[in-house]
Design a protein around this ligand. Sequence first.
Ligand code: NAP
Length: 277
Amino acid sequence: MDKAAVIGCPIAHSLSPKLHQYWIEKYGISGTYEAVEIKSDNLEEGVKGLIDHGYTGFNVTIPHKEAIVPLVDDIDDFARLIGAVNTVVINNGKLLGKNTDAYGFIENIRQQVHDIDFVGKKALVLGAGGAARAVIVGLLKENVATVCITNRTIEKAQALANEFQPVGECEVIPWEEKEVKLQEMDLVINTTSLGMDHFPPLDFNLSSLSEKAVVVDIVYKPLETKLLKEAKEKGVKAVDGLGMLLYQAVPAFEAWFNIKPEVTPELRKYILSEGGR
Ligand code: NAP
């Protein structure tokens, strides 16, 4: 029986067990997926415990995504660029660290905007936190022409632009001027916490945005943020953040259980439903 888990601290909030257990049941797999709380000062021991107990792999969440990097034996290109690991595959006691967030972000857009072509496009990324790193790497790997980064703390936007400039063209836009070049943008992506439950809304004036543009909000609580509502009212394609969460789990599940699971409307509904297992 293949055993997988998500490690973090605290871990009770994680949606990953509900998601992976749904697929385990759907595909009739003889396997398990559970939440394992591991505190920061016990990360190395905790991971060793999973290897010793025959786990096939695990997801990594807050606060271990960066701390796990020096503990893995090998790392994929996305995890190396993003500087964080969210998925580990265990093979003969060796750990392969992966990051599937960029895949989840891009695949979610592809599934919701079927004719999307990222090549040569200009993208405005709002935010410069952990999630922005995966979004920027995803966009640059898809060969967008330019990623414009704007953030309340401009130094963080500048640091990301400097770091990712070798991968592709990055530009910094001051937060106060985030709408100034909006007419040039093909994609606008909110990666800030603004708009999330218990946070203020994101006030962003979409009036100069082209009707052919795509607006993405990676916030998924609530599913329809003010930004997405205003994009829809303008007739612009609007992509919510739940799909990113679901699609980032696909390559992990496939690596551990050898089946590529499907993201379906039923799964979206189930994940949004209260409770779980
Ligand atoms: P983070 O590392 O803490 O970064 C937070 C970002 O939000 C920073 O850019 C921060 O700007 C900005 N911000 C926070 N409060 C702000 C305010 N009042 N005004 C302006 N900017 C503000 O968080 P994260 O991990 O990147 O996550 C960000 C969001 O993405 C969260 O809502 C999270 O739920 C969501 N997310 C979704 C997925 C998914 O699968 N859909 C995956 C990961 C994250 P400063 O740098 O100036 O502080």
